[in-house]
Design a protein around this ligand. Structure first.
Ligand code: AMP
Ligand code: ZN
Ligand code: ZN
Length: 320
């Protein structure tokens, strides 16, 4: 196999593009794909300030690295959920990356703020672990973006994540989710814009990117996500992709270009108001984050206070 750019020995094949690349041209190809995606979906411009949500995994660290190489103005956010040794290890990876690139990383630690981690908080609420954790992560990302004056939040969701979510939504005909699934969720009611610049690249490509660039990342999956349905959808899509390369690309991009227009949001335009406790937008009196934290016996405002302090400190890697 030869690199399609320079004819030297290739180290990586991308079957769906019928292409192979040497290390140098693999990096260039993946970077170009991200730049094209940002432009195609009008995600942000070099004038914008971007909050890179990093989990310590390959996708989000590769994304942050690419955004920095492309010259975008980014700062990182790591949410320390206090999940056994997994959180400590993933935090170490995020911090190591930030220090190596000399970029600020804000670390928000649930245990530091509330005295308890995600496992305790999820047990105290009536939600499943993943939905309680998802709610807390989304809230922290939104409020950090708002308090820190960021124009968009970039996450490391890749083509495998997006197609697995799409398959799940189709299998259950989740009309509302299908109408909203987008790599560029515009700002709404004071919630920051959310973008997924890796939506056209696969997990395998992001792992290769990190290896070639020498970026250390946490190999373990979150221990709480074992057995998740989305992993089954990913396996199924991988089977289809291996017999017909390009299946994921077609499924996802054709949906965005042609399929999505047939799905309209089911709910009536709901009026957003400020949460009585924290001022974040909500459809009811108190937002779901404040309600969840109240149920778990914590004061949700402690988070906002800590975040304000954290954001007022500028520099390399902070822990609160
Ligand atoms: P997940 O929902 O775990 O598949 O992660 C999807 C994306 O959310 C990642 O690529 C990150 O951009 C972001 N993310 C997940 N976990 C964290 C975390 N603990 N701190 C900051 N961002 C995160
Ligand atoms: Zn080459
Ligand atoms: Zn609230």
């Amino acid at each position: 196999m030869r690199c399609i750019k320079c004819g030297q020995r290739a180290c990586f094949e991308i079957r769906r593009h019928r292409a192979a690349f040497c290390q140098e041209h693999l990096i260039e190809h993946l970077r170009n794909q991200v730049e094209k995606t940002i432009k195609k979906f009008k995600m942000f411009s070099p004038k914008d300030k971007i909050l890179a949500a990093v989990s310590g995994g390959k996708d989000s660290l590769a994304l942050w690295d690419i955004l920095l190489d492309l010259g975008y103005c980014t700062e990182g956010l790591y949410i320390h959920l206090g999940i056994s040794s997994y959180s400590d290890k993933s935090h170490e990876m995020a911090e190591k990356f930030a220090l190596s690139r000399g970029v600020p990383l804000y670390t928000v630690s649930l245990k530091e703020i509330f005295g308890e981690g995600m496992e305790y908080i999820a047990r105290k609420t009536s939600k499943s672990f993943c939905s309680a954790c998802g709610l807390i992560k989304r809230y922290i990302m939104n409020i950090t973006a708002k308090l820190g004056g960021f124009d968009a939040i970039a996450t490391g969701h890749n083509l495998d994540d997006e197609t697995a979510a799409l398959l799940g939504n189709v299998l259950r005909w989740q009309i509302g989710y299908l109408a909203r699934q987008s790599p560029n969720m515009p700002e709404r009611g004071g919630l920051a814009r959310k973008v997924k610049p890796l939506c056209r690249l696969t997990e395998r490509e992001m792992a290769a990117y990190c290896i070639v660039k020498g970026i250390d990342y946490i190999l373990d999956e979150c221990p709480m996500s074992r057995g998740a349905t989305s992993l089954k959808y990913k396996e199924t899509l991988n089977l289809l992709e291996s017999s017909s390369p390009g299946t994921k690309d077609q499924f996802y991009l054709s949906f965005l270009e042609r399929g999505q227009r047939y799905f309209k949001p089911v709910e009536e335009e709901v009026e957003l108001k400020d949460c009585v406790k924290c001022d974040q937008p909500t459809t009811v009196e108190m937002c779901s984050f404040c309600r969840q934290m109240e149920r778990a016996g914590f004061d949700s405002l402690a988070l906002k206070k800590s975040l304000k302090e954290l954001l007022s400190t500028k520099g390399n890697s902070f822990i609160i």
